[in-house]
Design a protein around this ligand. Sequence first.
Ligand code: HEM
Length: 372
Amino acid sequence: AATEPFYGDHQSGIVTPQQNSMVFAAFDVNDSVITSQLQTMLARWAAAASLLTVGKPVGPVETQPGSPPADTGEAFDLGPHRLTVTVGFGESLFDDRFGLADKKPAALAPLGQLAVDSSIDPTISGGDLCIQACSEDPQVAFHAVRNLARIGRGVVTLRWLQEGFGRASATSTSQVTPRNLMGFKDGTANIKAEDPDIADKWVWVGDESDQEWMKGGSYLVARKIRMHIEAWDSDDIVDQEAIFGRSKDSGAPLSGGSEFTALNFTKKGPDGKPLVERFSHVHLAHPDTNGGVQILRRGYNYTDGIDTRTGTLDAGLFFIAYQKNAHEQFVRIQNNLAQDRLNEYIAPISSSLFAVPPGLTAVGDWYGKTMF
Ligand code: HEM
């Protein structure tokens, strides 16, 4: 069965070729938990994640009568399906509760309210800790989060949880570009695993960090972006393509070529206007319009069923981006996207930033060992 490496310089689940399903959970540490209890739990998470990612249960499924099984069992016969478990720390973890105030990286300062942020729900944003579990099998990802939450019981409580049913990006040149729920190819111009120099430049924290323990880590932005699906579905195809600046069918730039042809922002149509419009999504998100900055996108399509007040689909993109510094990368692009024509059809409803520490070195290492 296919496995992804668990130990290494970086946590898996970032440049790992993006799996098809995700369960993302955020946790808060319970009141009156002391530092040693939190550390023990993080060590137990590391041990459990090392087993889960090779397809093993976190403990016996059949235990002594009188106690519940150590592993909940629903992934018992499934195999790992390239499961990755990626753990992050939220800004709120670095208050006086655990003596971490002087360990807080400057880059973990809250993102604040951005221009498009009029509908952010704090109850599905933030948290002291997060787990991103990705797998080709949705039940394997769910099982991982469920069992880690169970191991954490008494120390942490789930704050919010999001399931993603289909990948909406590509993080490897070996992958076909998937489609988001607007029907467009998503992940064409993304940072890909095959280009480690680009990842070193834009994804992995390096010597510029004020916190030694974050070197080799990354900053994770997660934003649930609801789509106004019914309005989008009634927009005509020419307008849909103009909004993105790419063809819906092939993903090719409207300036010509095929999917991976570079965008040309100066090429004009017969009406004298640029073929890729100035306020199109790809123009405003492109490095050329953002001082060169790039991010690694790793989002998922989600649905939470329907909005019962209106009978409309409750669905969209659970946007995830990894980068060296979210304030200099994600925020810069997002500020430019304040003018995006796509904004008519989307609304961010959650916003979170987590510091993802580097990979675990070997058995015995645990999340945050060099941070405390
Ligand atoms: C490109 C969709 C939100 C950053 C694209 C593309 C699509 C797309 C279809 C073109 C294909 C590709 O190169 O991947 C969406 C949808 C969104 C969304 C449906 C919301 C529901 C965002 C956000 C950001 C972002 C919030 C960052 C703040 C980018 C970047 C590119 C891109 C950097 C590549 C631009 C380039 O270099 O050509 N997006 N996107 N997107 N998007 Fe988004």
